[in-house]
Design a protein. Structure first.
Length: 381
């Protein structure tokens, strides 16, 4: 049986007990029976836990909390100002502890950190691939030639991202693997009105839902401002998420969000909700909003909205137009008029007919089953 290793970025643990879109997606791959049937799977991740085996997957952990600040600062400065990349403390500790293991793998897939390949390459005898979920790769233009040469393949989550990479990397190495979602997870039976009542929602309310991190690039402030312009007390907005994945502590930005929405009883903040509880939140909503200001690669939240039958308002950012069509969504410009555009999008989508049925048709293109088939095809090519 061939062996495959997934190297996580070092910020969140696997399995994804603290959330994270990348972690959730990788969790879908490593727990799929068809993948487990063909490969022995190891996952390297940040955690304070002991190494363990769960559902036929071996987890190897690096303690990522108690970093030596002096060593961390030294490595940051060295990587920034010197030609040779020596790795951050997470990847350095991983190599020091497990470098012999990497000689055994047929495939090593690095999740979202292109620079890790620069230090792992010499230990990997099999193929090494980058699974790129956002634009991290473009932060390393000074090392782009070196990064391009050390990988056998670059797996991007959208055509948008692949096209961005074409001027810098051998195009024969570039492939697209659109994200996928387990549709059945969002087809659940709950007492919707009881769950709505928990959040002060009425049966007649029209509920819009934003899910994800509360950060500037996600356009949450602009969404709140747009929602404040609505003159309909039956329209409600649920904002489900924390400032950084499972972190519910406030920062300047989240405080600004609360201030902006303070006089609007139709805006509800839930804080971070564990991923296994999210289908219930999706179930009580009618519509979704992905209000990203940055070039959103291919948001998992968009797939989850579609799987829940939510017509969605999305900005024309990154790979988002690849995810939807005009029968199940409204795409708005993320320009200087973003607030007005979101306002118009919310009004427009609430008038669309048969959009829910179109959502359920569209999401079949991005099912977990198709995602896994495409993933296995990429490995075999």
């Amino acid at each position: 049986m061939k062996k495959i290793a997934f190297v996580m970025n070092g910020s969140l643990p696997m399995p994804p007990v603290k959330g994270g879109a990348v972690e959730t997606l990788v969790n879908t791959i490593v727990n799929d029976p068809s993948v487990q049937k063909k490969y022995q799977i190891d996952v390297f991740s940040a955690s304070n836990s002991d190494n363990k085996k769960e559902n036929n997957v071996n987890y190897y952990y690096i303690n990522n909390d108690k970093y030596d600040k002096i060593k961390k600062c030294f490595r940051f400065l060295h990587n920034k100002f010197f030609h040779k990349y020596i790795g951050n403390l997470y990847i350095s500790k991983l190599i020091k502890k497990y470098n012999k293991l990497f000689e055994q793998y047929d495939y090593v897939i690095i999740e979202n950190r292109p620079e890790y390949g620069l230090v792992l390459r010499k230990y990997v005898k099999g193929k090494i691939m980058l699974h790129s979920h956002n634009e991290f790769i473009y932060r390393y233009k000074k090392r782009i030639k070196e990064i391009s040469e050390c990988y056998d393949k670059f797996i991007f989550v959208s055509d948008f991202m692949r096209n961005m990479a074409k001027p810098y990397i051998d195009n024969n190495k570039l492939v697209v693997l659109h994200n996928g979602v387990n549709i059945s997870n969002f087809n659940i039976n709950i007492d919707i009105q009881k769950k709505r009542k928990k959040y002060g929602l009425k049966k007649t309310d029209i509920v819009f839902l934003y899910t994800g991190r509360l950060s500037k690039e996600k356009g949450v402030l602009e969404l709140i401002k747009a929602f404040n312009c609505l003159n309909n007390s039956n329209y409600k907005l649920i904002i489900a998420g924390g400032k950084n994945y499972s972190d519910n502590n406030e920062n300047k930005y989240t405080k600004k969000l609360k201030i902006e929405s303070n006089n609007n009883p139709n805006i509800i903040f839930t804080g971070f909700i564990p991923y296994n509880e999210m289908p219930e939140i999706y179930k009580i909503a009618d519509y979704g909003v992905v209000s990203s200001l940055w070039e959103e690669p291919f948001a998992m939240s968009g797939l989850e909205h579609l799987a829940s039958g939510h017509p969605i308002v999305v900005t024309n950012s990154g790979g988002m137009p690849e995810l939807v069509n005009d029968k199940c969504s409204v795409i708005v410009d993320k320009n200087d008029n973003i607030i007005d555009n979101l306002f118009e999008g919310i009004n427009q989508i609430s008038k669309m007919k048969n959009a829910k049925e179109e959502c359920l048709k569209q999401i079949n293109k991005f099912s977990r089953e198709k995602f896994i088939i495409n993933f296995l095809d990429i490995l075999n090519k």
